[in-house]
Design a binder for this molecule. Structure first.
Ligand SMILES: Cc1cc2nc3c(=O)[nH]c(=O)nc-3n(C[C@H](O)[C@H](O)[C@H](O)COP(=O)(O)OP(=O)(O)OC[C@H]3O[C@@H](n4cnc5c(N)ncnc54)[C@H](O)[C@@H]3O)c2cc1C
Length: 374
């Protein structure tokens, strides 16, 4: 029977990054996904690479390090690996929102994050298709922000991992992990079991349900969001833009990608869900106000994605409580954080070098005394 050093379960941006890093570190890697790699949340994400609203500071720094890891990875892989730089722009409606944005830009800049105010003329100079309201004289610019074609990067990571000897399997659901004492022994699939020395669980929004049979409770909620893809606009958009009531960016298809936080809430309302077509029309109407070229595009797709949301909203990355050879990563902002978290946990698993950066983010923070498992 073939032996693997590391089995990675789940190949979204997080698992694909970990599989790549573990193969790079010399491990014999088995990487599997229930469906097609990248077809989970990572394929239905706004995928803005940023550390703009990530508090407290330790979480901000983790996300900023995640952005650096993306730049390094993009250089390492070469060619088109899905990384699109150019920064991002944001303005507020006025009043309390303007105040919050001014405080935030100041706080980010004082931490060394590229955050500054630029004139509306400079903003429209770099983004001629924008219609910034007259009352907005300055726009926040975050020069290091980017967006990611996540499915493309996932494909490149898995191809590079395969080239280093990793075995990548799609359409392979894992029913459970078989454990004895404090060791995980095997992956239990539909028809067979597979043994490995170490196991890394990267199943995104399925994390809590996946770990329950091990009698481990790690709170990871499922928070839906709606994104709309449009046809190509006459005027191109070059970067991520956040304005009151709508955020937009270029989509990998050549159209626009649209979203809004309050529309996510409407889409997620289980009691009275609004049809995606109605919400898509709302997003399109809002986009047309700040990017007039969007008044002439059509909705091509309306996608609901499900965010994996840790109980305290911060990254979970570390050893599964109660097990010496099992690890888990579950996180929101996983597109920003995937390459960093994958690399740090691969280092811990393969080289035995834990990262102090992850100390505040271990899963054991959810375990109360005497309740490590249920
Ligand atoms: C609308 C929306 C907007 C977002 N915007 C941003 C943003 O701007 N920036 C950002 O950084 N993040 C953003 N996020 C969050 C980000 O997309 C997620 O945190 C990230 O995609 C999670 O990646 P993942 O690899 O953990 O999960 P996934 O991409 O869901 O991958 C998990 C994989 O595990 C597989 N799997 C599950 N169960 C099993 C099993 N039993 N056996 C085998 N395989 C299994 C699935 O098939 C899936 O492919 C957004 C999310 C949404 C929904």
């Amino acid at each position: 029977m073939k032996h693997y050093d590391v089995a990675v379960i789940g190949l979204g941006i997080v698992g694909a990054s970990a599989a790549y890093a573990a193969a790079w570190a010399g491990a014999r890697v088995l990487a599997l996904d229930a469906g097609a790699p990248g077809a989970g949340t990572s394929g239905t994400s706004f995928a803005w690479l940023n550390a703009v609203r990530k508090e407290p500071e330790v979480y901000h720094r983790l996300n900023a390090a995640g952005m650096t890891a993306h730049r390094e990875l993009s250089r390492e892989l070469g060619g088109d690996a899905g990384y699109h730089d150019g920064g991002s722009l944001e303005w507020a409606a006025g009043g309390d929102e303007e105040h919050e944005l001014r405080e935030r830009v100041h706080r980010l800049a004082s931490r060394g994050y590229p955050a500054e105010w630029i004139s509306r003329e400079r903003a429209t100079g770099s983004e001629p298709g924008l219609a910034i309201p007259d009352h907005v004289h300055e726009v926040a610019f975050y020069a290091a922000d980017a967006w990611l074609d996540a499915p493309r990067l996932i494909g490149r990571l898995l191809a590079a991992a395969s080239a280093r000897g990793a075995e990548v399997r799609d359409g392979t659901p894992i029913r459970s992990l078989r454990a004895r004492g404090d060791r995980i022994e095997a992956l239990v699939g539909d028809a067979s079991e597979t043994v490995a020395t170490s196991f890394l669980v990267c199943v995104g929004p399925a994390t809590q349900a996946f770990l329950e049979p091990l009698r481990v409770v790690i709170p990871v909620g499922r928070v839906p969001g709606l994104l709309v893809v449009t046809s190509r606009s006459a005027e191109p958009l070059h970067r991520v833009v956040h304005s009151p009531g709508i955020h937009l960016r270029p989509d990998a298809s050549g159209g626009l990608l649209l979203g809004a936080e309050d529309v996510d809430t409407l889409a997620a309302n289980a009691d009275a869900p609004r049809p995606p077509s109605e919400l898509a029309a709302l997003l399109l109407e809002r986009a047309g106000r700040v990017f007039p070229s969007a008044r002439h595009v059509k909705v091509v797709d309306a996608r609901i994605g499900v965010r994996p949301m840790p109980g305290d909203r911060h990254t979970i990355a570390g050893r599964i409580p109660g097990f010496v050879n099992g690890w888990v990563i579950a996180t929101h902002s996983g597109v920003t954080l995937g390459p960093l978290l994958g690399r740090l946990l691969a280092d811990e698993i393969v080289r035995g070098v834990p990262s102090s950066m992850l100390t505040p983010f271990g899963p054991e923070r959810f375990m109360t005394a005497g309740a490590t498992t249920v």
